[in-house]
Write a protein that binds this ligand. Structure first.
Ligand code: SAH
Length: 345
């Protein structure tokens, strides 16, 4: 196993079967994480980049089977932030040292392109030294272009599963993998720094599916890769499935780091939810980004993709302080610059 890990690290071209072996063997997780950390330090040192997450709407027209803010969840209390509220989050975040704002939300038809562009241009004008990341789902290419022209420069859109059949088991028929991929390649062509990713341990996911995810990522070559454990939500069709595990998520973070030494990989909120020190372990396994919440506290519980989400009761400043301690305890250092991806030379 140690040989396989070193071979993955040196060549980044294991066979499907070899990848499956690493994915299914828990005994060598310490070796795997150690090698991933070595590679991460060789590219990014001990830097951990912070992104201020603004969850600006939990309205959604979609019905993803896993997601707590799906349209058909009539129990969800819906909210959307005004432009001024979003700008206040940015102002508070800027003072705390954030130089990336991530605007994430459900696919909310209220936020037409004009409104998104207006919000983006205003943030762009106020904060020329910051990155603006959008994470608002599938749109026509011309919308992505309009947001980009307004000043957005990064986009997060997890592909969720690169296997057609598995994708169709996670989503209703209105949503298809082909369009998801079209979006990702459009975003890349337009010039965004692009993030893809998937949930670990989602219902029906097989190791074969995960290998397909890794192959898809190798083709797309995203700048950012977000993964986190699948976590159940009572008001979804997947309420009776098992949660994804800490161990499998950590193993995959390490494999991603070895396959994509230059990628920006977050230790996600879902990882911190599945285990109290999940994010610290994620950093030690190769992750190099954390995304604390900048949303107004009163809305945080309502952006409930899954149950028991952490950090819903704290002010942004407290979140920032708590994370700083966590990152340092793991042996890394928060940096407050814009934190663009590094490219292979
Ligand atoms: N509407 C946007 C943002 C989605 S929320 C979009 O479509 O891209 C961001 C991510 O949270 C999703 O891509 C999904 O991978 C993850 N997520 C959703 N429900 C989840 C759950 N129950 N457990 C873990 N992660 C979940």
């Amino acid at each position: 196993m140690r040989d396989l890990i070193l071979s993955l690290s040196a060549n980044r071209n294991l066979s499907d079967r070899e990848l499956t072996t690493i994915l299914s063997c828990g005994d060598y997780d310490a070796d795997l994480a150690e090698e991933a950390d070595r590679v991460r330090r060789s590219v990014y040192g001990d830097a951990v980049y912070i992104r201020g997450l603004i969850e600006f709407t939990n309205y959604c027209k979609n019905n993803c089977y896993y997601c707590g803010i799906r349209h058909d969840n009539k129990m969800a209390e819906r909210y959307r932030l005004t432009k001024d509220e979003i700008l206040e989050c940015c102002a508070e975040g800027y003072d705390l040292g954030f130089r990336t704002f991530v605007l994430q939300g459900g696919e909310d038809p209220y936020f037409k392109d004009e409104i998104i562009c207006e919000i983006v241009s205003e943030i762009r004008a106020k904060y020329p030294d910051c990155a603006i990341t959008l994470s608002i789902g599938e749109k026509p290419r011309k919308s992505y272009q309009a947001y980009f022209d307004a000043g957005a420069n990064r986009y997060l859109l997890r592909h969720e599963s690169a296997d057609e059949k598995h994708y169709a088991r996670l989503h209703p028929k209105e949503l298809c993998l082909l369009n998801r991929k079209r979006c990702l390649y459009d975003l890349k062509e337009i010039g965004y720094q692009v993030g893809a990713g998937f949930m670990v341990g989602s219902p029906y996911q097989t190791l074969e599916n995960i290998v397909s995810d890794l192959r898809f990522l190798q083709d797309l070559q995203p700048d950012m890769i977000g993964i986190g454990p699948f976590l159940t939500h009572e008001q979804t069709p997947f309420k009776d499935f098992k949660n994804g595990t800490l161990e499998m998520t950590l193993r995959l973070i390490s494999i991603l780091r070895l396959l994509f030494p230059y990628a920006l990989i977050p230790a996600t909120t879902a990882l911190g939810t599945v285990s109290p020190n999940g994010r610290e372990l994620g950093l030690k396994a190769g992750a190099n980004v954390v995304m604390p919440n900048l949303s107004p506290v009163k809305y945080r519980k309502l952006y409930e993709l899954y149950e028991n989400k952490i950090c819903t009761g704290e002010e942004a400043a407290q979140c920032r302080g708590c994370l700083e301690r966590r990152v340092e305890s793991a042996g890394y250092r928060i940096v407050t610059d814009i934190g663009n991806v590094k490219y292979e030379r």
